[in-house]
Design a protein around this ligand. Sequence first.
Ligand code: KIV
Ligand code: ZN
Length: 528
Amino acid sequence: MTRAFDIVKQNPQRVIIFDTTLRDGEQSPGCAMNLEEKIKMARLLDELGVDIIEAGFPVASPGDFEAVNQIAHTVKNATVCGLSRAKKGDIEASAEAIKPARSKRIHTFISTSPLHMKHKLQMDPDNVFEAVKESVTFARNFTDDVEWSAEDASRTEDDFLCKCVEAAINAGARTINIPDTVGYAMPGEYAAKFKMLIERVPNIDMCILSTHCHNDLGVAVANSLAGVIAGARQIECTVNGIGERAGNAAVEEIVMALRTRRDIMPFETGVETTKITKTSRTLSAITGFSVQPNKAIVGANAFAHASGIHQDGMLKNANTYEIMTPESVGLSESKLVMSKHSGRHAFREKLKELGFELGDNALNDAFARFKNLADRKREIFEDDLIALVEDEMVRENERIRFISLQVQAGTRGPQTATMVLSVDGKEAPASVVGNGPVDAIFKAIREIYPHEEAKLQLYQVHAVTGGTDAQAEVTVRLEEKGKTVTGTGTDADTLVASARAYIHALNKLLTKRSSVNPQTGEIAAANA
Ligand code: KIV
Ligand code: ZN
């Protein structure tokens, strides 16, 4: 028996949350994370209470293997899972990478739709069927907890799907995943697939059925919930819904929908919902993918009541317009917290309260930046501290580091950036003229560390809090030979934040290694 199987056996209304932020999410363009970032996210997912963390695709590259392996060492509660195609080498790599985990799963998959078998795999159905049996049987040599996925299941013929599912269960798979790989299914249709399997596959009781929905038509969450109502007991999803193309089903939406509408969906998850906001914000800070303001649960406006009528109703009784409380997702109003008179001890205690434990060096750097900020900004809010500390954390172990910047800007020109960076521990200065201050800064970085082939794809500025003295949070996306990386930078000075964001992206570009996309088998454009 697997751990997930035991949980569902004890409580048949319990839904297993399988988080694939670090695999399906991370492999999408612009979402690549480095080792430290992946470990940080894995810790947060573990605290959030997801049951399974799909930590990556170990055979893809030494970097992916290392990340899955380190996550397996780190995670305390969740099962750690590695993805593998139906190939022995892939399965062996996953088995080795997840070895240190307290609880481990191997996830193996192959396409079963006529379109994928013919054009992508160039295999006939008989060979695919053999590969299903062989891959699951082989994976069972390493762990009892094997998941098998029928890629493009929603476009697979029912007879063939039933035959493969039955064989995978006989070979030892204890979770069977029915992905809507291309986000094509509609909720009624997707639910019917599960009902069909439950009716027709004789050994279906020996497995947990799982949903895995992409959001191409905007119904990934609706499909996942429809799957559960029809009998699935595992949902595969990602934080903020990141993932291939339009993304995957969003974990925060699924969990809050199940919690809020227990009246018609009497199911439970193990997720501690008050950790949702922190997990979402950290992922946004790491990847530079901010969520849209009107995004359900984690968007900046998700709990904001702007119209007069709504505000009036809220004051009389919050239930008039609020179906869940902001506190239930860990959202509290950003409080005014510190001033320039606050000392190191108070600073450390406040960071602890916000969930950050920094080592001595990182604490010293963050404290120096806090003092600098407090000199320039009248009021320091919790959001300011979170932005500052997260900015400090993503910078650990960087080869290229920001030291100083002076900019001449305005109508008089020439707009010039005079900058000092540290490259592998050595100081490197440059003074460069550009078409505006940001252009001059980015050119100065290019002069200090040439990287001609990288193209700037995105430059975006957000204010962390309100007011003209708010800190700026800048996002920079670079693309080089089809690979994209995203960097972020925060500072009270927008130009310094811009420099930090560009340097962050450049460091990520340097650590990027080539890897294989699990779905296409090709060297991926976006994998870290
Ligand atoms: O979307 C998909 O089909 C996948 C599989 C690898 C499970 O991500
Ligand atoms: Zn997927």
